[in-house]
Design a protein around this ligand. Structure first.
Ligand SMILES: [Zn+2]
Length: 109
């Protein structure tokens, strides 16, 4: 066991218990307490969604917390979104987005 937390590539929340995808690309099926995305379940491949489009929708809907009990008292959306600019998060987002784009193209053929 470790106490390492992981950053959500959709909303930047840094309290995930597991990496959203492991090294062989298996999703964690963890639900983000903040944006409510369940990794591996939210049909990114079918609907051709990317983390960017999901994030946009979440922000448009008012950036609501999925699990309000997990919301820190002094929560700041802008600060949280800065997590998305961290190099390791950006690489993850790019990798996964590419993977889903490939899967989507294959499923159309
Ligand atoms: Zn999230």
């Amino acid at each position: 066991m470790n106490n390492k937390k992981y950053i959500c590539p959709v909303c930047g929340y840094d309290g995930l218990e597991e990496p959203v995808y492991d090294e062989i690309g298996e999703p964690s099926f963890e639900i983000c307490s903040c944006c409510g995305v369940e990794f591996g379940f939210d049909d990114f491949d079918i609907k051709n969604l990317t983390f960017d489009t999901v994030r946009e929708k979440w922000l448009k809907d008012g950036a609501k917390w999925f699990d309000k009990t997990a919301k820190p008292k002094n929560w700041n959306l802008e600060e949280q979104l800065k997590n998305l600019q961290l190099p390791e998060v950006k690489n993850t987002i790019d990798d996964i987005t590419r993977k889903y784009a490939e899967m989507y193209m294959k499923s159309k053929n």
